[in-house]
Design a protein around this ligand. Structure first.
Ligand code: HEC
Length: 257
């Protein structure tokens, strides 16, 4: 009976493939923690790791480290995934701070990572690497205010008396990613947005902005009244948390007039 059970289990894992998260939990999570907001990590780095006493960079830092530095973020995703996989395979076999992709000011207080050569097979490395690759964006989606289509936004804005905010982005725009990581996931920002705004995210390389608005370059923000027709403001450029909260406030004031 026991044999049959293992046989079925092995069959299942063959069918469904190795889970990247399971590999991470088994082989990496003892040192690398899951998501911690970047602003907390920055404070921790300033304290020389005395605040959080981390053992290693977080999974989120690894994810953005590889996305921003390994291969070409502007190339198609599949080829970047392959390069990231090669990097992870190489790094865990032969860790070396000289190859690091997380900024040194965020990692200088960590000891060297021990080599894990031959501890993972090819399938595990592939699954693990894909998991690391996608993790960062998944965390942004989980911690930011949700976005909807422009059609849906018009409906919601009318129903709930809210302002439409369109974010003009490009997937490889570093200042957009910085804003995602440091501003959009912050609690006060999420609350301010949920309270008075509905959000549309537009990849300006793929989609046109509504109402004939031209992209100002990324990141950019386009605010439209609840009527879905009147443009309140068009803003270009990175804003830190405080600046962004102030911007939202100004837009609210202007919308009332
Ligand atoms: C015993 C603790 C430990 C384990 C287990 C561990 N790591 Fe690490 N890892 C570290 C430390 C410490 C660092 C930071 C120092 C360094 O860069 O070598 C690090 C750094 C890294 C880096 C480089 C980060 C950068 O700055 O570029 C990668 C990539 C990485 N680990 C991947 C993994 C993966 C994948 C696993 C699981 C298969 C894993 N690690 C398991 C401790 C660990």
């Amino acid at each position: 009976m026991k044999k049959l059970f293992w046989f079925i289990l092995a069959g299942c894992s063959f069918l469904f493939g190795v889970e990247g998260k399971e590999v991470f939990d088994a082989k990496c999570a003892s040192c690398h923690s899951y998501y911690i907001p970047l602003n907390e990590l920055k404070k921790n780095a300033q304290s020389n790791n005395t605040l959080l006493k981390l053992k290693a960079p977080t999974l989120n830092q690894l994810s953005f480290g590889v996305r921003l530095n390994i291969g070409d973020i502007k190339a198609d995703e599949e080829s970047q995934r392959l390069e990231v996989e090669a990097f992870i395979e190489n790094y865990i076999a032969a860790p070396d701070k000289k190859k690091n992709v997380v900024p040194p000011e965020m990692t200088k207080f960590f000891p060297a990572m021990p080599s894990m050569k031959d501890l993972l097979n090819e399938d595990e490395i592939e699954a693990l690497s894909n998991f690391i690759f996608s993790y960062g964006e998944a965390m942004i989606a989980e911690h930011s205010a949700p976005f909807v289509s422009f059609e849906k936004a018009k409906e919601l804005a009318k129903q709930e008396d809210k302002i439409i905010m369109i974010r003009g982005i490009l997937p490889y725009c570093k200042w957009c990613i910085k804003m995602d990581r440091e501003v959009m996931v912050e609690k006060e920002v999420v609350e301010a947005l949920l309270k008075d705004f509905v959000i549309v995210k537009t990849d300006v390389a793929l989609e046109k902005l509504p109402l004939g608005m031209k992209s100002l370059g990324t990141p950019s923000f386009y605010f439209i009244n609840k009527d879905g027709e009147t443009v309140i403001a068009q803003i270009q450029g990175y804003r830190d948390k405080q600046e962004f909260l102030e911007l939202l406030n100004t837009v609210k004031q202007n919308a009332k007039q």
